[in-house]
Design a protein around this ligand. Structure first.
Ligand code: NAD
Length: 372
């Protein structure tokens, strides 16, 4: 199969979909890999490392391919000419673009729809990129906080450790907790799912109790939407913890829904000036009331950041992990050469958004109002 790597069109994203080690794996499996010159540079991966791994480095207009691999999201024009694409496609947020891919006859596989099953664990790019984002969120907050994170006992006096509060203890949140602990902060975490309490505590952080509801956890291990009265109790319980924190990192998401509001403007105003809020849910509406995606907001001396490309901050490792996820999917779908699209196979059934001119995922069809 002729696989082409996309030079990511999104400014600010330094990641690349395949790293040289994966190129070598795919070439070893009998595929050809076409690589656009310079596409790995921002992730610390020069052209030479790709050609050494067996890629064919090209400049100028993209050659035709059987499969384009990208980080994404991408539009139809950016990937042509190709028969298929693998990327974060944001299919539920961009159903009209999925319709255009279907009309053009492109087979599209969305990395965010890979099921969270044991069989698909090696392809779980949501987790790998959330890991990078959670780590990076702590580094960003630490760099912007005008205080130390660890306790320090020096001749110039004793400094108490900073207080870090992490809201949402999924993959990104747990990584943020672990990273903040390593930097010596006093860390607490919160999640609506009761199962998260033990995970937070196992990382040496304090679990901030709240009105937990068993019903908040859906069968897939995700959180569901929270009823209005529970939300009010949740906010009241969280307020004192937010106000006491030097750093608040919010990561709460509900798949397919706007992010839950957990931090109000009043809570931010009550924080100590110099404190920092990093909202990792900015792309789905934000957990914090004052978040503006990709901008810095100053609320009476408290800095609120809503970066959407945090995984790109560690582009080398984020790309390496994403590349392994994509390669595992290619090897799963193309065991002997070409992609085999079998809609009855569980991973294909979940992640294949368009094939044969149709939109295959019911939720994407529903997002278009039943069209396609
Ligand atoms: P996510 O990004 O969907 O959400 C992040 C966190 O926000 C979750 O822990 C969620 O419970 C929490 N949240 C949602 N609404 C909230 C609210 N109102 N208040 C407080 N917290 C709220 O989650 P994720 O990181 O993708 O992980 C979701 C689940 O999937 C977790 O249980 C995780 O352990 C599980 N998971 C399983 C696998 C696997 O089995 N292969 C892989 C990755 C994740």
């Amino acid at each position: 199969m002729l696989i082409r790597v996309l030079a990511e069109p999104r400014p600010g994203d330094a990641r690349v979909a395949l790293v040289p080690r994966s190129v070598a794996t795919l070439v070893g499996a009998g595929h050809r890999v076409l690589f656009p010159s310079g596409a790995g540079a921002a992730a610390g991966l020069p052209d030479r490392s790709y050609s050494d791994a067996g890629a064919e480095v090209f400049t100028g207009p993209p050659p035709a391919a059987d499969l384009v691999v990208a980080v994404g999201p991408v539009n139809l024009e950016e990937i042509l000419p190709t028969g298929s694409v693998i990327a974060f496609l944001d299919p539920l947020g961009r159903p009209e673009e999925m319709a255009r891919l279907a009309e053009a006859g492109v087979t599209a596989l969305a990395m965010e729809l890979i099921p969270r099953t044991t069989q698909a664990q090696a392809m779980d790019a949501l987790s790998s990129q959330a890991t990078a984002a959670g780590y990076q969120a702590v580094l960003l907050a630490a760099a912007r906080l005008p205080r130390f994170l660890p306790m320090m006992m020096t001749a110039a006096g004793t400094v108490p450790p900073a207080k870090v509060l992490v809201l949402g203890a999924g993959v990104a949140g747990l990584q943020a907790i672990a990273t903040a602990r390593r930097l010596g902060a006093m860390v607490s975490g919160y999640d609506i799912r009761p199962a998260a309490a033990e995970q937070v505590q196992s990382l040496g952080a304090t679990f901030v109790g709240g009105p937990l509801e068993a019903a908040a956890e859906t069968s897939g291990g995700y959180a569901g939407e929270v009823a209005e009265d529970t939300r009010a109790r949740q906010l009241a319980a969280l307020a004192p913890h937010v106000e006491a924190a030097d750093i608040v990192i919010t990561t709460a998401q509900v798949p397919g829904k706007p992010a839950p509001r957990l931090v109000t403007r009043e809570m931010v105003e009550a924080m100590r000036p110099g404190s920092v809020v990093i909202d990792l849910a900015a792309s789905t509406g934000g957990n914090c009331e004052v978040t503006v995606p990709d901008e810095e907001v100053d609320v009476e001396g408290v800095l609120v950041l809503g970066p959407r490309d945090l995984a790109s901050g560690t582009a080398g490792h984020a790309s390496e992990m994403y590349s392994r996820n994509v390669t595992a999917l290619i090897r799963h779908l193309a065991p002997e050469g070409d992609l085999v699209i079998d809609p009855s196979e569980p991973i294909t059934a979940a992640a294949c958004v368009t094939h044969g001119g149709d939109i295959l995922v019911p939720a994407v069809r529903a997002a278009r109002g039943g069209g396609a």
